[in-house]
Design a protein around this ligand. Structure first.
Ligand code: F6P
Length: 357
């Protein structure tokens, strides 16, 4: 049996992309007569026809490598059917290039946006298999995405290191963790790093509650505090606003990220010395953790098995301890946010951690 497979990595990168690509490729070469085409920079390469025939050797030595050997780019789903100034019909171009590459199937590694476009292509008749990637862990239908656990490890290490210097100087440190809509990364690393306050986009905060927690600790002779805040966290007033209105209000107030704002507010309200730390893209860089290498390999092999069985229009998932797959049409476009009554939130609250509400 011969199968010609196109692979692309789209959206923001994360550790484990190469490990997953390797999993697909090694298993495909092992199980059937595979030819693999690497598409450059996600859907951009598919639209513009930028691709290369891959050699088997190109999939060796990449298990531990961060980033993606194929390159990645954000090509927003909302523009896919839009004819822009360049006059290119993107969907038609992707279908044309799929045919030009003589593909039997397309494997797309990406997050929510990538899955929406993967579903669109499946609806257009292409054979597509998705693989769930993101440090945000916000893809519906899978317990975990690859890249998430590595980011949790990195963010936890940041919090650990901040913890010791905060204690030495008696400072309140506000650490901004990636995650615009979903707070999984902040919740996990906040718990792992022993944060005193955890603020998520899903639970709007009241700065007075955050201040109360810092004051209470000070009264108990704890002169330092650790606040883990998701980059997309918002206060209760902002949560009532429409996105555009919120953005305008923030611009007017000279908003420089949520951690900076909270640090400033706490020094004014409580009189503590507060600092903001923004680790940013460090959370997406470097080698995948052992957990993610295993998950990525399992995911990649499952995708190769699906190709062998000719089963398309699905995305690979972890449910319980089992690697499985979901229909793209059933998961695409549904973000998996932290439910306010999630057991981990209950654990945090019962530990005395403030969720700021
Ligand atoms: O989706 C992953 C992520 O790192 C988010 O946590 C973050 O909000 C966003 O990407 C940042 O995107 P960019 O790298 O394009 O600035």
């Amino acid at each position: 049996m011969k199968r010609r497979i196109g692979i692309l990595t789209a959206g923001g990168d994360c550790p484990g992309l190469n490990a997953t690509i390797r999993g697909v490729a090694k298993a495909a070469y092992e199980m059937f007569d595979a030819e693999i085409v690497g598409i450059a920079d996600g859907y951009r390469g598919l639209i513009e026809g930028e691709w290369q025939e891959m050699k088997r050797s190109q999939f060796s030595g990449i298990l531990t490598l961060g980033g993606t050997i194929l390159g990645s780019a954000r090509t927003p789903f909302r523009n896919m059917r839009l004819i822009e100034d360049d006059n290119v019909d993107k969907v038609a171009a992707m279908k044309k290039n799929y045919a030009a590459m003589k593909l039997d199937c397309l494997v797309t590694l990406g997050g929510n946006g990538t899955h929406k476009t993967a579903n669109l292509l499946a609806e257009e008749g292409l054979n597509v298999i998705g693989l769930p990637k993101t440090i945000d862990n916000d893809i519906y239908g899978t317990d975990f995405t690859f890249g998430f656990h590595t980011a949790v490890d990195i963010a936890t290490e940041v919090i650990d290191r901040i913890h010791t210097t905060a204690a030495s100087h008696g400072r309140t440190m506000v650490i901004e963790i990636m995650g615009n809509k979903a707070g999984w990364l902040t919740l996990y690393s906040g718990l792992a790093g022993g944060a005193d306050v955890i603020l998520l986009p899903e639970i709007p905060y009241d700065i007075k509650e955050v201040a109360k927690c810092v004051e209470k600790r000070a009264k108990n002779n704890k002169d330092f505090s650790i606040i883990a805040v998701a980059e997309g966290a918002m206060d209760k007033k902002e949560a009532k606003m429409k996105r555009k209105e919120r953005e305008a209000a923030r611009a007017e107030a000279g908003f420089n990220g949520v951690a900076n704002r909270i640090a400033k507010q706490l020094s004014e309200m409580v009189g503590v010395e507060a600092r903001a730390v923004v680790p940013g893209h460090i959370q997406r860089g470097g080698s995948p953790s052992a957990y993610d290498r295993v998950l990525a390999t399992q995911f990649g092999v499952h995708a190769a098995q699906l190709i062998k069985n000719g089963e398309y229009g699905v995305t690979v998932a972890l449910v319980g301890n089992t690697i499985t797959h979901n229909k793209l049409s059933e998961i695409a476009g549904i973000p998996k946010l932290v439910p306010a009554d999630h057991q981990m939130i209950e654990v945090a609250r019962d530990m005395g951690i403030s969720m700021g509400d």
